[in-house]
Design a protein around this ligand. Structure first.
Ligand code: NDP
Length: 281
């Protein structure tokens, strides 16, 4: 589990699963809806109860699939969704959230993120987030694709320090955030949500990772996830529409990496030695 920063200076922290479920590309093809819902059910059954979605995915289709998957199980799940930057004005954020709630079939989103920095002033988006929180439509808010400078800018707007999380591209092949962003966030007790934890599946064909996984009797996917789960303050949200793979991903949480394992991974995927521009998908 990982602790989310309190929503206000005197608020209580919240504990969420460190391994969740992504939903990008779900809801795009009605023929795959059954598998997608089964995969999400499998994840919830094995306690991957944090589900990450967004109004952007399949134009709301992924939220609709998520809503179907959590029907009757809402209280088991920590639900994350995102507002598009183009909607993130003060009134637009509230309207977008209400539309997401409808598609999700629920009365609250547990963590609501600004999908990436956009043209609307951050102060307006934050004011809308705080209004949504006051009305109980969201429990916490955060951002996505914000680099360290963006986080500093956010901290400077009224209530900007109530940000509970930042979701960023982070996996073995993309470790730039380790240089300055993750330490900045850890210093503020703010978790990172690692998106594309399998590099959209590309890491699974990495030969060195495959060899190392084989030697350990695990899969490359599990090793890639175990790397993220071994980091303090990181939540990984792999997506799979295949229940077997969801179970495989879940087992990554039981892998304990040794110092030698970590050294091997660092040799194959060197950590950053200087500041890198934030990678965004
Ligand atoms: P991932 O790194 O999670 O990789 C997903 C791909 O890997 C899919 O093709 C999936 O296929 C495959 N896969 C998953 N598990 C396994 C396994 N055990 N063995 C083999 N293949 C596997 O990429 P995503 O882009 O989906 O990122 C994860 C989530 O992060 C997204 O779904 C979304 O919720 C979020 N995200 C957020 C972004 C942001 O800007 N904030 C940007 C991008 C993603 P299959 O489904 O067929 O199993």
């Amino acid at each position: 589990t990982v602790r989310l920063a309190p929503s206000a200076p005197n608020g209580t922290p919240l504990t969420v699963p460190a391994l969740g479920l992504g939903t990008w590309h779900m809801g795009e093809d009605p023929a795959r809806a059954g598998d997608e819902i089964r995969a999400l059910h499998t994840g919830i059954d094995c306690r991957m109860t944090l589900i990450d979605t967004a109004e952007m995915y399949a134009d709301g289709g992924a939220e609709t699939i998520t809503g179907q998957a959590i029907r009757g199980r809402r209280d088991e799940v920590f639900l994350v969704s995102k507002v598009l930057p183009s909607h993130a004005s003060r009134s637009g954020t509230i309207a977008a959230c209400e539309a997401s709630l409808k598609r999700l079939g629920t009365d609250r989103i547990d963590l609501y993120l600004l999908h990436w920095p956009g043209r609307h002033p951050l102060a307006d988006t934050v004011a809308a987030f705080e209004a949504l929180r006051a009305s109980g439509k969201i429990l916490r808010w955060g951002v996505s694709n914000f680099d360290t400078e963006g986080m500093e800018r956010l901290s400077a707007v009224p209530d900007g320090r109530n940000c509970a999380a930042n979701q960023v591209l982070y996996n073995l092949a993309t470790r730039g955030v380790e240089f300055d962003l993750l330490p900045w966030m850890t210093g503020r007790a703010m978790p990172a949500m690692a998106y594309c934890p399998l590099d959209e599946g590309r890491l699974l064909s990495h030969q060195g990772l495959g060899r190392m996984a084989e030697a350990r009797g695990v899969s490359a996917a599990q090793l890639a996830l175990a790397f993220l789960l071994s980091r303090e303050n990181v939540i990984a949200i792999p997506k799979s529409a295949n229940p077997e793979r969801v179970r495989e991903n879940r087992a990554a949480a039981d892998i304990v990496l040794s110092d030698a394992d970590r050294d091997d991974l660092d040799r194959m995927f060197p950590p950053p030695r200087s500041k890198q521009p934030l990678d965004i998908i």
